[in-house]
Design a protein around this ligand. Structure first.
Ligand code: UD1
Length: 344
């Protein structure tokens, strides 16, 4: 019998890649998503890639009654990966209550259902944003948690605390995965970062400038105290990230966790500057980018990259894909996606 994993937010960017990896590891996948920032077409695309169509339900996790009904009808779920959340930093500053209500209420509702339905394994989608501007790099899981620089970041920090506390109420075993900067797309070119709402992340901005959707790439400041003046981040390929979720699920259902709430950094352990990413993109694709230096983006940090030793050791996982893989697949996805949009 296949083991069934519920993936909330499974039609989104990281959720869809994780669904593909779970299916390829012979898990049965059930997706819940409210489609607020993704498309139902992704369910069929997952089938195109894997040959298996995941079970899909359009549902908002904030709707406690509907969620309870879903769990009553789906008794086979043995573990949950919780991606569903609003994730735009800029938007979270303009609509804080929407962000607090959505991200926190959905997590509380989900935890309640795990308790009621005796499901003990939960993987939570967190972010390196909980570390704020680190005192030193690389950051380990023991690095201090700073006051969040954004409402979005605060929702991640608060949800981690709620999950940690929930383990006092029922036998929960949870893993929080703190992502650094997820980029790239599936090698099929069929799924990638395609939010319904506009994104302000670097890789989509680069590929959209290269494809002509944007006139120019704004480089948000070149006066940071870094080797070339632009901020440094730990970019990680989304397929590597997806595989880490499978490793986390296997750890939990194999009861190999050391404590009821574990945290792992997911990055490559290497930092790249904005200019290094731009150059890697041009070197890999042969496309020169039209960019200009603008003022700093409020809330941006100078440098952050991960110490991944814990994830390497405990999850038996390591990021294997290179910066070249990241920019090449992001560009292939942008080109495919444009073709698809033009044909519609
Ligand atoms: C952002 C979020 C973070 C989230 C992550 C998801 C902020 C402050 N943080 O991280 O919480 O988890 O995305 O991937 O938004 N840049 C440009 N021009 C652009 C876009 C970005 O120069 O058009 C620069 C930024 O200044 C930054 C780097 O590229 O130095 C990376 O930016 P981005 O991809 O938005 O990621 P983060 O800001 O690190």
């Amino acid at each position: 019998m296949k083991k069934t994993i519920l993936v909330t937010g499974g039609t989104g960017y990281i959720g869809s890649h994780t669904a593909v990896e779970l299916i390829s590891r012979k898990f049965s996948v059930k997706i819940i998503d409210n489609l607020s920032n993704s498309s139902v077409d992704t369910v069929n695309t997952i089938r195109r890639i894997t040959g298996v169509r995941p079970h899909f339900t359009k549902l908002d996790l904030c709707d406690a009654k509907a969620l309870a009904g879903w769990f009553r009808r789906n008794r086979d779920v043995i573990a949950v990966i919780h991606f569903a959340a609003l994730k735009s930093v800029g938007e979270s500053e303009k609509r804080p209550l929407d962000y607090y209500r959505n991200n926190i209420l959905s997590t509380v509702n989900l935890l309640h259902e795990l308790n009621v339905n005796h499901i003990s394994s939960l993987v939570f989608s967190s972010s390196c944003t909980v570390y704020g501007e680190p005192d030193s790099n690389p950051v380990t899981e023991k690095s201090s948690i700073k006051p969040a620089a954004s409402v979005y970041g605060n929702t991640k920090r608060i949800c981690e605390e709620i999950i940690r506390d929930a383990a006092k109420e029922f036998p929960l075993r949870a893993i929080s995965l703190r992502y650094f900067n997820p980029v790239g797309a599936h090698s099929s070119g069929l799924i990638g970062d395609s939010p319904v709402n506009p994104s302000d992340n670097l890789l989509p901005a680069i590929t959209q400038t290269a494809s002509g959707k944007r006139n120019i790439l704004n480089v948000y400041g070149n006066d940071y105290p870094t080797p070339d003046g632009t901020p440094v981040r730990d970019y990680i390929h989304v397929v590597d990230l997806a595989k880490a979720h499978v490793a986390a699920i296997e750890r939990l259902i194999g009861k190999k966790n050391n404590t009821s709430f574990e945290v792992f950094n997911l990055g490559t352990g290497r930092g790249y500057s904005v200019f290094e990413i731009i150059n890697a993109f041009s070197d890999c694709t042969g496309v020169r980018l039209n960019f200009k230096i603008t003022s700093r983006r409020p809330g941006d940090m100078t440098s952050i990259w991960a110490d991944t030793a814990q994830a390497n050791k405990e999850l038996g996982w390591e990021a294997g894909l290179t910066l070249d893989d990241m920019v090449r697949t992001a560009w292939a996805w942008e080109q495919n996606h444009n073709k698809k949009s033009a044909a519609e």
